[in-house]
Design a protein around this ligand. Sequence first.
Ligand SMILES: [Zn+2]
Length: 379
Amino acid sequence: MIVIKNKVDKAYNHEPKRKYITLVIIITIFLIIEFIFYYNYFNYRVFVNDKPLMISRFATLHDAIKKSGIKVEPGDFVDIENKVIEKGKGGPIKYFIDFKNVSGKSKVKRMAEIFVVNGIDRMEPQEKIIIQIPFKYNIIGEGPYYEITRKGKLGRKLVNQGIISKKTKDEVILEEKVDCIIIKKRSKKDRMIALTFDDGPHKKYTPQILDILSDKKVRANFFVLGINAERNPELLKRIIKEGHMIANHSFSHTYLTKMNPEQIKGEIERTSQIVKKATGKGTTWLRPPGGSVDQKVINVAQLTKHRIIKWTVDPQDWRQSNHNILVSKIINTNSSGSIILLHDGGGNRQATVKALPTLIDKLLEEGYQLVTVDMMFSK
Ligand SMILES: [Zn+2]
């Protein structure tokens, strides 16, 4: 009996251990099931731009997209050339759930198919306007006279212009431009030479020069500065009376290329008016100070009806104190059609005055006729 009892006892002793293990297993399985159940209850499987993703059941569309790592941005506010004016100020990001356009705050259902795309750019407003097409200046040849052989003409085109950026595109030519052609010419007239005196008139030197010219019975050209002409109207009158030519050398001797068109116009017109007031006739030839010419100067000269003339011989008389050297410098470089640059104003011109009689005699001896620029380029 005792043995049996012992056996029963032993058997009974194993029973709770097994039960305990079983219980643990059951609980574990239960917990796993619970976990799976709750995980699936609290998390959704969705698709963002076709990629599967688990999200919390409380997540919004925004949260889902953030978790997916997909980078999306609103559109930009762009100009007519698609350059950004203001970032993020274009169309909003677009969200779709199951192909329906929704807001970013929308709730997401299990197995939802989410699509998210960048916002589209918004372009600045545009208007159609007509603008001018500038023409080019084609300058060819070698010579002192800038002859305009074909006038330039602005073209016109219809364009779309961005109201904010002012940039233009989509051109439709309404009228083609015509480029200006200028031929730099030298006079082809035989044995003609023009003596030109710049920067005057000068109270002291101009009358001396006029006396010599009168004595030798030759003509010359005076490229006056308005600022000096204004103070010497009597000299202007005398120059014209004695058969010479007065031309325009600007008002203040500022380089015209450094000025804007309005200022250039002022320099030329003011001087011409001073000459006209004294002599009855305005100027028609222009020698820009320093011979400095660009397209702007050519354009204004054309507008003010002036022809541009430079020079062919520059003996640099303003540097020279020895009149003999000055004469030989000119004679050696001189030839038919020469425009000789001398000065009657702007400094001590004693050497120029002193060189003049000999210079004229030598030129006349060589058979040259001393003329005005007008005569040299008349047709
Ligand atoms: Zn000058």
